[in-house]
Design a protein. Structure first.
Length: 224
């Protein structure tokens, strides 16, 4: 897959050498000399118009990478963890990338996307600033399958909802799943029946909701 943008590409070059197939440069001096020497045999220079075409009009900043396709994690790995984030019907790669970045930084062990059959992993890698490289991530379309499997190994399931218990009033199990629904529809009806507790962020002012990535950051920080 193709990723682009200076920050995410440099992260991949420094930390994930084995995944790099080709380094495309459209701006002189974009690479530090050490990385240029390290990847000399994989570097190809591009005119800006070809770089723009590869980035499909995105802001490539003069650096693009062809890397291995994203390798998803597996459910058995998730079962061995202690804090799983479950995304119910989220499709926006900007929001998902921001959530991955925050979840990785704050110590979530893995992320499962449900209610979808596929996602644009190149876009999520970019919008997560490369955090997706290091975060176990798995797509399982049927959310009930996920919840049943996790509850069988003693995970307690918490759902983000404006009608839930205040976070400050909750004690969280050592093995926990946080379910975040989409901004438009919230948590799906079929998932709600499997959730042990609905929890909410306590607002200090009259306001109906937060962006899902901002809300996820607050829930993760309070629950960890």
């Amino acid at each position: 897959m193709i990723i682009y943008g200076k920050q995410v590409c440099l992260h991949a070059l420094v930390n994930h050498e084995s995944a790099i197939k080709t380094v495309y440069i459209a701006k002189k001096g974009i690479l530090p000399q050490k990385l240029y020497d390290q990847y000399r045999d994989k570097i190809k220079f591009l005119e800006d118009r070809w770089a723009q075409s590869m980035a499909k009009g995105g802001n490539h900043q003069g650096l693009l990478l062809e890397i291995d396709e994203f390798a998803q994690s597996d459910l058995s790995t998730m079962k061995k963890s202690s804090f799983v984030l479950l995304l119910d019907g989220l499709t926006d790669t900007g929001n998902i990338g921001a959530i991955v970045r925050t979840a990785y930084a704050l110590g979530v062990d893995g992320i499962i996307a449900s209610g979808v059959k596929s996602l644009n992993f190149a876009a999520i890698t970019r919008t997560s600033s490369g955090a997706l490289f290091d975060m176990p991530f798995l797509i399982i379309p049927n959310i009930l399958d996920v919840l049943n499997e996790l509850k069988q190994v003693e995970f307690e399931v918490y759902g983000a909802s404006m009608d839930g218990i205040a976070l400050s009033e909750c004690e969280f199990n050592s093995k926990k799943v946080l379910v975040m629904g989409s901004e438009g529809d919230g948590i799906s009806k079929r998932a709600k029946a499997k959730i042990d507790k609905m929890v909410r962020i306590e607002m200090q002012r009259e306001f109906d909701s937060l962006n899902v990535s901002a809300a996820a950051a607050i829930f993760i920080d309070r629950m960890r």
